[in-house]
Structure formats: structure tokens, C-alpha cells
Design a protein around this ligand. Structure first.
Ligand code: UFG
Length: 341
């Protein structure tokens, strides 16, 4: 019988792609979501890709009693915890919203895990925990963490700390924090992808919405940074590669006899500037994008990309898609939801 993996936030951007990849690898995902930041129509779309309706439950991840019931009802064998708020700017305006949901949600899941210590756990962390790298721009898992620049960042930083502390108290638990770099793209079917609520903060959704005519132009924040072309550099990872990394993480944790709290970077290992991403979008999709330069955005990291050696040695995982795949799939997705030919 297929192992059931509880995917909190399974209707969201990374969650929905992970659900699809779990099915492809023989797992039986159980989607947990309350759709506050996602759309239930994603279930139909996942169904179209995987060929059956996935198990799904409507639940607030902070509702520990209900989580306990779900664990029992479905005999959960693994947990991937995505459900959390993720808008950096909003977290500055409304920090308590972030602390109450992201931290309480994590603690609620971990409380249930404590009662089910054989169940492996994967946490969605972020490269935001590194802040601005002081030396090398390529960061590995031993690079010192820095003070987060937003309450959102603190929830990831603290999330890893909470998991680490729990591991000290019970070293039989098998847990992994995946530090994502910048996810982009969509499933190649264009049936699932990112659905930003309101005006997107992230670069690629803003690019695709500008190309679709929703915004007049993209504003590139800053042009005189000390980088290859004056714009900030990030490690853009295709969301399907990222989803596959989660499956490898669950595979790995299930194979272990002993407990652990592993921390693993999930990126491509390659830095790409904002301008390079814009040009890749234009070239790959054969179109011109209207863009201009504006002031720097406060709190932006100048340059960071992942060292991905540990993901490869520990999980046997490597990204197989590049930014051209990402910008192509993101545009295909944007066109499909806007009915653009
Ligand atoms: N950018 C623009 N114009 C825009 C949007 C973004 O120039 O309209 C630039 C940003 O200034 C930055 C780059 O594009 O240089 C990437 O910005 P994103 O907002 O897409 O991504 P960030 O790297 O700022 O943030 C992402 C995630 C966060 C996470 C952070 C960790 O969105 O959740 O990485 O560094 F915390």
C-alpha cells in the first residue's frame, strides 16, 4: 500500500507541485489546506494531472486536535509542512499575523509529530536565513545564519531553531529543513502554477503579468549594485525541481533508522541577475518586455546563490531544469489562466 504523506498547504504553489511529484513516486498525498491563500479549484487541476482526485481535508494547521484526528484517520507516514504566510512586506506591516500563524502552525504540527515519532517531517525553510552573505555569495549549509530582515524571515529562522530544539529533546525524530532559494516556473502541463494574491511581490509573476498586459511595466529595483550588471542576483529554481527535492527528502528520511535534523539548501547553484532573468524571458518567449529602473527596494539582499553539494550527496538530488525552462513554463501558465493564445 502506498505511504500516505500529509502535505500541509498542499493546495499552494509549491505544495501542489509536490503533491503531483509524490504521486509520480508512488506516495499517496493527503492535502491539508484551508484555502485562505490558495484556490480549491487546484484540486481539479491536480486531478487532471494525476488521474484521480487526491485525498484532501479542509483544516487550519493551527488546529492541533483536528490534526491529531487526521493523523489517525489516514495513518500518516510522513509530513511536509508548507502551510504558512510568505509575503515579506506584509509581515513587516502585520508581524503578529506571521508569528501567530507560521510559528503556531509549526508548533501544532510538531506537537502531533511528537506523539508519532516514527513519522518523518520536512519543513519549508528559506535562504532568507542567510541574510546578506558577508563573504562568498555562494552559501552552503555551514554559512553563518544572519539576523533576518523581516518577521517572515524570523519565522523561518525560528522555525529551524524550534525543530533543532525538538530534536535535542528527542533524537529519534527524523526531520529536515529545506532552505529554498527562489522558486519559479510552473508544471509543464500549465494546469498548476503560482496564483499570487493581489499585486505580486516576486519578480517572475510580475514579469508574466506585465507581459499579459496587467501591469504597464516592470520596475527593476536598483541598477548600481556591485554585481555583474548592477541588478541583484538570486538562485532561481524551477518549482518542479523543488517539488522533486521534497520527494527525495521523504525517501531519505524514511530510509533512516536513526533520528536527525538535516538542513539542506535547495537551489541550482547558479546566480542569475534580475536583468538576466528579464532577458531570458524575452528570448525564450520571443517577446519584448516593458521595463524601467526604479529605486532600490529596502531589505533586498544584493547577491546570493546556493552551494548544492549537500543536497546531491545526501539526497542524490540535483536541479535538472534551468531558468529558460522556468520562464517558458511560467509564461505558458500565465497565458493559460488569462486565456491568451
Ligand atoms: N524585483 C524587481 N522588481 C519587482 C520584483 C522583484 O526588481 O517587481 C527584484 C528584487 O528587487 C530582487 C529580485 O527581483 O532583486 C528577486 O525578488 P523577489 O521578490 O522575487 O525574491 P526575493 O529574493 O526578494 O525573495 C524571495 C522570496 C522570499 C524569501 C527570500 C529569501 O520571495 O520569500 O527570497 O531571500 F524570503
Amino acid at each position: 500500500m502506498s505511504k500516505k504523506v500529509l502535505v500541509t498547504g498542499g493546495a499552494g504553489y509549491i505544495g501542489s507541485h509536490t503533491v503531483v511529484e509524490l504521486v509520480k513516486s508512488g506516495y499517496d498525498p493527503v492535502i491539508l489546506d484551508d484555502y485562505r491563500n490558495s484556490d480549491p479549484s487546484v484540486l481539479k487541476r491536480i486531478t487532471q494531472i494525476i488521474g484521480y482526485e487526491p485525498t484532501h481535508v479542509v483544516c487550519d494547521v493551527c488546529d492541533q486536535n483536528r490534526l491529531e484526528e487526521i493523523f489517525k484517520t489516514y495513518s500518516i507516514s510522513g509530513v511536509i509542512h508548507f502551510a504558512a504566510y510568505k509575503a515579506v512586506g506584509e509581515s513587516v506591516e502585520n508581524p503578529l499575523k506571521y508569528y501567530s500563524n507560521n510559528i503556531a502552525g509549526l508548533v501544532s504540527v510538531l506537537n502531533v509529530l511528537k506523539q508519532n515519532p516514527k513519522v518523518p517531517f520536512v519543513f519549508s525553510s528559506s535562504c532568507t536565513v542567510y541574510g546578506e552573505p558577508m563573504g562568498l555569495k555562494e552559501v552552503d549549509e555551514n554559512t553563518a545564519k544572519s539576523i533576518p530582515t523581516s518577521p517572515y524571515g524570523y519565522t523561518k529562522w525560528l522555525g529551524e531553531q524550534i525543530i533543532g530544539d525538538l530534536f535535542i529533546s528527542n533524537n529519534r525524530l527524523r526531520m529536515m529543513s529545506l532552505r529554498y532559494f527562489n522558486p519559479i516556473g510552473a508544471h509543464q502541463s500549465a494546469l498548476i502554477g503560482e496564483l499570487p494574491v493581489g499585486k505580486p511581490n516576486n519578480l517572475l509573476p510580475f514579469i508574466t503579468q506585465t507581459a499579459a498586459g496587467i501591469h504597464e511595466k516592470l520596475v527593476i529595483f536598483g541598477k548600481d549594485y556591485p554585481t555583474v550588471d548592477g541588478t541583484c542576483v538570486r538562485d532561481y529554481i524551477h518549482v518542479v525541481d523543488l517539488a522533486e527535492a521534497h520527494v527525495k527528502a521523504i525517501d531519505h528520511l524514511l530510509s533512516l533508522k536513526n533520528g536527525c535534523h538535516e538542513v539542506v539548501n535547495v537551489g541550482t547553484g547558479k546566480g542569475t541577475s534580475v536583468l538576466e532573468l528579464v532577458h531570458a524571458f524575452e528570448e525564450e518567449n520571443n517577446m519584448k518586455l516593458n521595463y524601467t529602473f526604479g529605486p532600490k527596494r529596502s531589505g533586498d539582499v544584493i547577491e546570493i546563490y546556493a552551494n548544492v553539494d549537500y543536497a546531491h550527496s545526501l539526497l542524490g538530488w540535483k536541479a535538472t531544469r534551468d531558468i529558460n525552462d522556468g520562464v517558458r513554463d511560467a509564461w505558458k501558465w500565465e497565458k493559460s489562466i488569462r486565456n491568451i493564445q
